[in-house]
Write a protein that binds this ligand. Structure first.
Ligand SMILES: [Ca+2]
Length: 485
């Protein structure tokens, strides 16, 4: 099935954007915007090495026992969901102890508090376990992004004693983005070439050994653009042009990323921090449909051509959108539908697909719910299997139509509560209709030629006559329509 999908993709892309094989010998990488990325904190996902280290899932800041092997065991689940790329939190050795600033003991279960960039965190498994994760993902045609931190090390890290000249902390911390000690973390002096070289080379060495397909670059706005450029040049030389560098520029949208990060060639992708809020505001009636369609969705298409824009509904630093929608799953399904029909690479935060309760921090990092399956630490925690089925159908629809990942946007109707837009590329057009209101809503859509249209989620047929496709969309529903072949 994956193979068929790639052939179809190649046919529509044309040869210009294809590379036959990269230096790892993996199959051709098509445009990253066509991937569906799944973001995992391995400690909170699945335990594959019971009793490997001390754990306590009842404590929000402690290790819960998930690891790379447990994640590897669940790759078939992710493959069945339709995921084609994974993002895992940092792999390097993290500090042993905990901090108390949060009001509870908080440990480095997430990997963002490095102790040593040249060793792996033994609590997540061995190098063989990590290699097996990436190899088995590749066998399923799934790519893997590793999270890398250039900006800081962990609280009280051994790194500070080994390289005291490379660290800024306490009274030395600055007040601008580059020299601030974010959350009080010891800031790496990335203005120093020796410090930067050490960190960039250490991360790249893991790509050499493990075979990752790209980076998710943590705290990218807190390091010098020159450092990002240096990294970009390093990874392109070493791993090829398709190696993704997906930056976390906190708060940035398509426009900010394009102006400050994509055009100068600092990174090839960025996380779009605006999508979750814009979608939530529209669904809750806080913004007008015309503004959401033409002032927001359409403008996202103006990002730098070829750059990868990654949009999410939930993440590890914010409450999930389902939570922001007051738990309203009907509205959340509209949000997921908009995410899967919008330009860019959608990010699913683990468990979102089964309606995990992704609340305020730290509950946004709760365990993956596994329902009846005997998978620790989230065994017995409820899964919404209807939501899971909905996600599978949405993702399959996205994979079947490259126009949804990369095609042009055209608003077709944006009055009242009903939004209708088209995504088109080459010969393919997909029409998306979303009614956020509590009453049915209608519109007559002009179409090029009379044809039957098939609604992809419910398999209903609609006929256009006289150059018009009449649609009456039920309250709080989404339709995705394609011409009948
Ligand atoms: Ca910094």
């Amino acid at each position: 099935m994956q193979f068929t999908k790639m052939i179809a993709t190649c046919a529509t892309l044309g040869s210009a954007s294809l590379v036959v094989a990269d230096q790892h010998g993996k199959p051709a990488l098509h445009d990253w915007n066509q991937e569906v990325l799944y973001f995992v904190i391995p400690d909170r996902f699945a335990d594959g090495l019971p009793n490997a280290h001390e754990t306590d899932p009842s404590k929000p800041g402690y290790f819960h026992g998930g690891d790379w092997k447990g994640l590897t065991n669940q790759l078939p689940y992710l493959d069945e969901l339709g995921v084609t790329a994974l993002w895992i939190t940092p792999i390097v050795d993290n500090i042993d102890g905990y901090v108390e600033g949060a009001g509870f003991p908080d440990w480095a279960y997430h990997g963002y508090w490095a102790d040593n960039f040249t060793a792996l965190d033994p609590r997540m498994g061995s190098e063989a376990d990590l290699k097996a994760l990436v190899d088995q993902a590749h066998a399923l045609n799934m790519k893997v992004l590793v999270d890398v931190v250039f900006n800081h090390v962990g609280y009280g890290s051994d790194f500070i004693d080994i390289h005291p000249d490379w660290i800024r902390q306490n009274d030395d911390c600055g007040t601008d983005d580059l020299t601030t000690c974010l959350f009080g973390l010891p800031d790496l002096k990335t203005e120093r070439p020796d410090a930067t070289r050490h960190v960039l080379n250490a991360h790249a060495a893991w790509v050499d050994r493990i075979g990752f397909d790209g980076y998710r670059i943590d705290t990218a706005k807190h390091v010098e653009p020159a450092v990002l450029a240096q990294n970009q040049s390093l990874v392109v030389d070493r791993f090829g042009p398709h190696f993704l560098t997906l930056g976390e520029v906190w708060g940035a949208d398509a426009s900010a990323l394009s102006k400050r990060y994509f055009e100068p060639g600092l990174m090839t992708g960025g996380i779009d921090f605006s999508f979750r809020g814009a979608v939530g505001d529209w669904l809750l009636g806080r913004s007008r449909t015309v503004a959401f369609a033409q002032g927001y969705l359409q403008k996202r298409h103006k990002h730098t051509p070829g750059a990868v824009l990654a949009h999410y509904l939930s993440g590890h630093d914010e409450p999930g959108l389902l939570h922001e929608l007051n738990g309203d799953k009907t509205l959340f399904k509209l949000a997921a539908g908009l995410q899967m029909t919008s330009v860019g690479m959608p990010i699913i935060y683990y468990g979102e697909e089964v309606a995990r309760d992704i609340g305020e921090w730290p509950s946004n990092r709760s365990d993956m719910p596994w329902g009846l399956a005997d998978i620790l630490p989230g065994a017995g925690q409820p899964q919404d299997l209807e939501m899971l089925d909905y996600y599978k159908r949405l993702i399959a629809i996205r994979h079947a139509s490259p126009a949804l990942s990369m095609g042009a946007f055209q608003a077709l109707s944006d009055d009242g509560d009903l939004l209708i837009f088209a995504r088109s590329q080459d010969e393919e057009t997909v029409i998306i209709a979303v009614n956020r209101g509590v009453e049915d809503a209608s519109a007559a859509i002009p179409v090029d030629h009379d044809a039957e249209w098939v609604e992809q989620l419910g398999n209903h047929l609609f006929r256009a006559t006289g150059g018009v496709l009449p649609l009456t969309v039920p309250a709080q529903s989404i339709w995705i329509l394609k011409p009948k072949p």
